[in-house]
Design a protein around this ligand. Structure first.
Ligand SMILES: NC(=O)c1ccc[n+]([C@@H]2O[C@H](COP(=O)([O-])OP(=O)(O)OC[C@H]3O[C@@H](n4cnc5c(N)ncnc54)[C@H](O)[C@@H]3O)[C@@H](O)[C@H]2O)c1
Ligand SMILES: O=C(O)CC[C@@H](O)C(=O)O
Length: 528
């Protein structure tokens, strides 16, 4: 099978080498599309790879009928409508580490250029002026750098600023005193950072909470003559408020790599001599571009080969080590969900998944998603996948619970899936037998031992002589060969079950005939 991959922003050719190596991927590089052209062709593609330029809007996603994956060669995913991607079951991956160093170095370059007015002085020289008095700068040594957002890039900037013998103070909702101490910096509230800093640099993502985080009120709190750097995202700083603060001399200068609207050719902030700027170049180094392109390319190759991705944005990410432990259970978890969905026909109100044994020591959320996917598949078919399974369950008002216990009876690991409906609870349990693979070991209170694959017939009947024989005879009449059979009963002469593995899919007409046999209550066909 061939998958079509569209690369719609320039990516490093060396970085996409893993894609080129993969025989089943057909790579199309087309970085010149207008948004309308992209909408008209996106239906042909299975994956779309972008940087920050292509706007992956809801409208585009709705036209992307074959799209399974969006790869962002970089960190920020604010150019991708994540909600729309998740709703459509499209996995979004990014490359969060590949450009950290370049972005931190660019921030330092901007900080120093701002302090020493290097771009302005260079411009003056280019205009044939030997002017030394207009470009008096300030030193960094002993000045305070305030960092808002101490994630990957913020922390790297802190290290480098310490190297310049600056005092550093940072605010980040996840910054602890211990981490601050380790970095040799101070920590405080946003207000503290704004009030004491000579330079302020922002390194948060652009979120609802961070949009215009640096606004008129924030500028009022700052020291007179403060200098501002933004190499994170346009929109974190309110550009109108920044303009006013520079004109009023509250702010001595600003270094901007990112803007509220990109790209542009004219910007009112660039009319101010105190402002220096680059056109979103933070990640534009040979090293960063190669690194982010390799990271997303590897995830694309893994994904289309059925493997796990390393940097999912709209799925919980688990470490390689945990993935290695839980991956063998993926298939079993989904099959338990599919199996259970066939055992009941009522509206599911609650799904509870019990993880017992060694499995309980790990992050099992990916297994829960697979189970939910299996359960919802009966009604939603291919519309449900790992990405949207939980979202769809939420939307249907289905509550999902996970229970873990390290103690288990008999088996090293066991997954028990339980669904609650208005009519009661149904459950099925499975395990992975060492060296033998997956088994379904319990259906409600009946103990069974069945390999969850192929064509199964689940029959509820009354434990009476002849019931099993009648089923066998009818299936023989229909030329359906029984491979294995298990029976169980609650009590002699009471409710009983048969679980048959047969060689072919059992058709609806045959199910109707089976249901007409005496002592047979119910028949379900389960194809796994
Ligand atoms: N200019 C460029 O070319 C370029 C390159 C790379 C990254 N970036 C941007 O830089 C930013 C940081 O990237 P990163 O890799 O360090 O991300 P990150 O996720 O490692 O760090 C972001 C930090 O911001 C913090 N944060 C979130 N909300 C906050 C708030 N309200 N106040 C303070 N802190 C808050 C988070 O807790 C996190 O620690 C992102 O916006 C990213 O898109 C820009
Ligand atoms: O693609 C780029 O060059 C910008 C990347 C950067 O903004 C990011 O968020 O990773």
């Amino acid at each position: 099978m061939t998958f079509n991959i569209l690369i719609s922003d320039p990516l490093s050719e060396e970085g996409i080498y893993p894609l080129r190596q993969s025989a089943e991927l057909n790579i199309v590089i087309d970085t010149t599309n207008t948004p309308e052209e992209l909408v008209s062709k996106i239906g042909d593609f299975d994956a779309l790879l972008v940087r920050s330029q292509t706007q992956v809007t809801r409208e585009l996603i709705e036209k992307a009928t074959n799209l399974k994956m969006i790869g962002r060669a970089g960190v920020g995913v604010d150019n991708i409508d994540l909600d729309a991607a998740t709703e459509h079951g499209i996995i979004v991956v990014n490359a969060p580490d590949g450009n950290t160093n370049s972005a931190a170095e660019h921030t330092m370059a901007m900080l120093m250029s701002l302090a020493r007015k290097i771009p302005q002085a260079f411009n003056s020289l280019k205009n044939q002026q030997w002017d030394r008095k207009s470009f008096i700068g300030v030193e960094l040594k002993n000045k305070t750098l305030g960092i808002v957002g101490l994630g990957r890039i913020g922390a790297e900037v802190a290290h480098r600023a310490k190297g310049q013998r600056m005092n550093v103070i940072a605010y980040d909702p996840f910054l602890t005193e211990e981490k601050a101490k380790k970095l040799g910096i101070d920590f405080g509230s946003v207000e503290d950072v704004l009030k004491v800093s000579d330079f302020i640099t922002v390194h948060t993502p652009l979120l609802k909470e961070t949009r215009h985080l640096i606004n008129k009120k924030a500028f009022e709190m700052m020291k007179d003559g403060v200098r501002i750097i933004n190499c994170a995202r346009g929109g974190i700083i309110d550009e109108d408020a920044l303009y006013d603060a520079i004109v009023s001399k509250k702010v001595a200068g600003a270094a901007l790599d990112v803007f509220e609207e990109e790209p542009f050719v004219d910007h009112k902030l660039l009319t101010l001599p105190e402002v220096i700027a680059t056109p979103h170049l933070g990640a534009s180094t040979i090293e960063a571009q190669e690194s982010v392109a390799v990271d997303v390319s590897v995830d694309v190759v893994n994904f289309f080969n059925g493997g796990a991705v390393q940097n999912p944005v709209n799925l919980p990410s688990v470490s390689k080590e945990v993935l290695a432990k839980i991956a063998p259970f993926f298939d079993l978890a989904e099959k338990l969900g599919v199996f259970l969905s066939r055992l009941q026909n009522d509206v599911i109100e609650e799904i509870t998944i019990h993880y017992a044994g060694d499995l309980a020591n790990f992050d099992v959320r990916p297994l829960t998603r697979n189970t939910v996917k299996g359960l919802l598949k009966r009604n939603l078919g291919t519309h449900v996948n790992d990405v949207n399974a939980k979202l769809l369950a939420d939307r249907f008002g289905i509550k999902i619970n996970e229970h873990k216990t390290t103690t288990t009876k008999g088996f090293l690991n066991m997954i028990t899936v339980e669904v609650a409906t208005a009519k009661g609870t149904k459950r099925v349990a499975g395990t992975l037998l060492n060296g033998l693979g997956p088994r379904i070991v319990k259906i409600d209170n009946y103990v069974v031992d069945i390999v969850p694959e192929g064509h199964l017939l689940f029959i509820k009947h009354l434990d009476q002589p002849g019931a099993i024989g009648r089923v066998g005879t009818l299936l023989a009449d229909e030329h359906i060969n029984i491979a294995t059979m298990q029976v169980g009963r609650s009590a002699a002469g009471g409710d009983a079950i048969m679980l048959l593995k047969v060689d072919n899919h059992v058709e609806h007409t045959e199910v109707t005939r089976l249901k007409e046999l005496s002592d047979i209550y119910d028949v379900e066909v389960i194809d796994l």
